[in-house]
Design a protein around this ligand. Structure first.
Ligand code: SAM
Length: 453
């Protein structure tokens, strides 16, 4: 392996201290990747993967000792640039670049990636190299996505890890780099998976006109007519209540189950707020919502991430049911059993024009219903937004699954004393429950329940 050996001590902590030192205490939550150099025999493969030509400008975000970027420039004849947070590495990188006489073909800047990506210098890049831990890559994803969508010629190559939030558009280089894979670096980065992933604008160009922009700038697949509904879900439920107001947390290794996943808005919040890696299982019976959901899960967790989507409804018992699907506001689609009560509640709560829009094109669709206990796995974090079927969803949870559950969040429609029943059930299972009116439709309450210690 090239470059200095790994620093002693637990890697994540070391990387954080390093960032704090540079940035002050505000960086306490940052997940900065430590320095591990790309091995020299990887260089020609990266050049091939990104089809680097002499006219390219290659940027290494976090160039370390610059052995990678210098090697690429020497081998391909292109120009280069990059930034690096660690001043000592920047000095040695500049000396190395001088030794190989790269002169003004290479501009090495001491800076953090985030501000550097806003600079004019960075805008010249046509190829971007990344070698970072997954958490850091995920944080960079929105800015990378914006960069890709505005620049069709740009290629991004991520070493070892996929970028959650981008869809891999090129071939995966299955390189077993023996030396590095066997070295401490493999352990240090928590993965021995070799290879590099290529991203270009192909995926971004495919984004449809129903694209929605999330508060952090990330573009997700939405449902064109349902933008208002999505904004409500994101701003009211996810941002204001779950994570900020009620302070619920998604912890490392949580198994997140999302009942009534719609097009994945909750997952967006989960990815942003999670304190570690989590697995994700979604249940969504409405096909149109599920199509958007599938794209968004790929964007948010990567194609090969730990996730699964089930196309069915969840209830207390297995069976079949008629579902009223509202194509213009699919988040309101509801099982027949609960429909008449909900219609009444809506008639008094919704503005007449909203109610009219809701009903347009509405149709009954047969759906399969299953209880959660019929699925293998033990959710630790459950989100339920099932338009009136919340109580039934909870009643279908298996005993072992109850034991595993730590947090339940969701929307509850309070007809027939449902809110009281849902709260009673959760409290009886040892949870502390908070709820508040959701705004909008008057029978809706947002609820969070955390297991009492
Ligand atoms: C795994 S090393 C890769 C080095 C080089 N790109 C290579 O492949 O040989 C990651 C580098 O990114 C730097 N780094 C991590 N977070 C950074 C940030 N937010 N801004 C600038 N540099 C950063 C680290 O100091 C480290 O040198």
């Amino acid at each position: 392996m090239n470059g200095p050996s790994l620093p002693p001590g637990p890697p994540r902590k070391r990387a954080r201290e390093f960032a704090e030192d540079k940035l002050g205490t505000t960086a306490a939550d940052a997940n900065y990747s430590p320095f591990v150099a790309t091995s020299q025999h990887q260089i020609s493969r990266l050049i091939d993967l990104a089809s680097i030509k002499p006219e390219d400008v290659v940027c290494d975000l976090g160039f370390g000792d610059a052995s990678l970027i210098c090697g690429v420039l020497e081998a391909s004849g292109c120009n280069g640039l990059g930034c690096e947070i660690d001043g000592n590495l920047v000095s040695s990188a500049r000396s190395s670049a001088a030794v190989v006489k790269l002169g003004d073909r290479l501009v090495l800047t001491e800076d953090l990636i985030e501000p550097y990506m806003e600079s004019d210098g960075f805008k010249a890049a046509t190829v971007v190299f990344l070698f970072h831990v997954p958490d850091q890559l995920a944080q960079m994803a929105p800015a990378l996505r914006v960069f890709l969508s505005s620049r069709p010629e740009v290629r991004i190559v991520s070493e070892r890890f996929e970028v959650a939030g981008l869809t891999c558009s090129g071939s995966v280089l299955g390189v077993v780099d023996d030396e590095e894979a066997q070295s401490e670096a493999g352990d240090y980065f928590g993965s021995r998976r070799p290879g590099a992933f290529l991203y270009n604008s192909t995926f971004v160009a495919e984004a449809s006109e129903s694209e929605i922009e999330m508060p952090d700038g990330l573009k997700l697949e939405g449902i064109r007519e349902a933008k208002e509904e999505n904004n409500f879900i994101v701003e009211e439920m996810i941002e204001r209540v779950y994570f900020k107001g009620h302070g619920v947390r998604i912890e490392e290794n949580d198994e997140v189950w999302d009942v009534g996943a719609h097009c994945g808005m909750f997952l967006w919040g989960a990815v942003r707020e999670a304190e570690g890696n989590f697995s994700y299982v979604a249940f969504e019976p409405v096909e149109r919502s599920r199509q958007a959901l599938t794209k968004n899960v790929e964007i948010l967790l990567g194609r090969s991430g730990d996730w699964k989507i089930h196309g069915l409804a969840i209830g207390r018992e297995a069976g079949e049911a008629e579902m009223m699907v509202y194509p213009r506001m699919p988040g309101n689609s509801t099982l027949e059993d609960y429909m008449s009560e909900r219609r009444e509640a809506r008639a008094t709560a919704m503005k007449p024009e909203t109610a009219k829009r809701l009903e347009e094109g509405a149709e009954m669709v047969k759906v399969e219903v299953r209880p959660l206990r019929s699925f293998a796995g033990r959710p630790t974090f459950l989100k339920v937004d099932a338009e009136g079927a919340e109580l039934q969803v909870l009643q279908g949870i298996g005993e072992k699954q109850w034991e595993a559950l730590r947090v339940v969040v969701g929307e509850v429609h309070d007809f027939d004393g449902r809110l009281k029943a849902v709260k009673g059930l959760l409290e009886g299972r040892g949870f502390s429950v908070r709820s508040e009116p959701a705004g909008g439709v008057s029978d809706a309450f947002i609820l969070s329940a955390v297991r009492r210690l």
